[in-house]
Design a protein around this ligand. Structure first.
Ligand SMILES: [Zn+2]
Length: 114
């Protein structure tokens, strides 16, 4: 009666499967942000940011403060990455906000409940 695999092998397979599922979840979660960061750091992304900075003349659309340098601005996802990963690099979903406004907005977004 040696037809089924011993328990320890079954358990190892089960454990491995769990780690593979976890790895897939982590990959899925971080892929859109990576894609966005690659774009943001590319020439295209930098050019877009400069263009937006010129367009808003250094004035944060949220708080209305005028900030002298482009470094004070961050690229915000109007519809958050968490809920709209497909819009990670969709220009119509991106805007510049000053650092504090972007942080404040990020804090207000609650992660989706399971
Ligand atoms: Zn602001």
């Amino acid at each position: 009666m040696q037809q089924s695999k011993p328990d320890w092998i079954q358990q190892s397979f089960h454990q491995l499967q769990k780690y593979q599922d976890l790895a897939a979840k982590i990959r899925h979660k971080y892929r859109p942000r990576r894609r966005f960061e690659r774009w943001r750091d590319s020439q295209d992304g930098q050019a877009w940011k400069q263009q937006q900075f010129n367009r808003i003349q250094g004035i944060c659309p949220d708080c209305g403060h005028q900030l002298p340098a482009i470094a004070h601005f961050q690229i915000d996802h109007i519809k958050p990455l968490k809920t709209h990963p497909d819009l990670a690099t969709d220009l119509s979903n991106l805007q510049l906000l000053c650092g504090p406004c972007n942080q404040r907005k990020a804090c207000q977004i609650k992660p989706p409940k399971k």
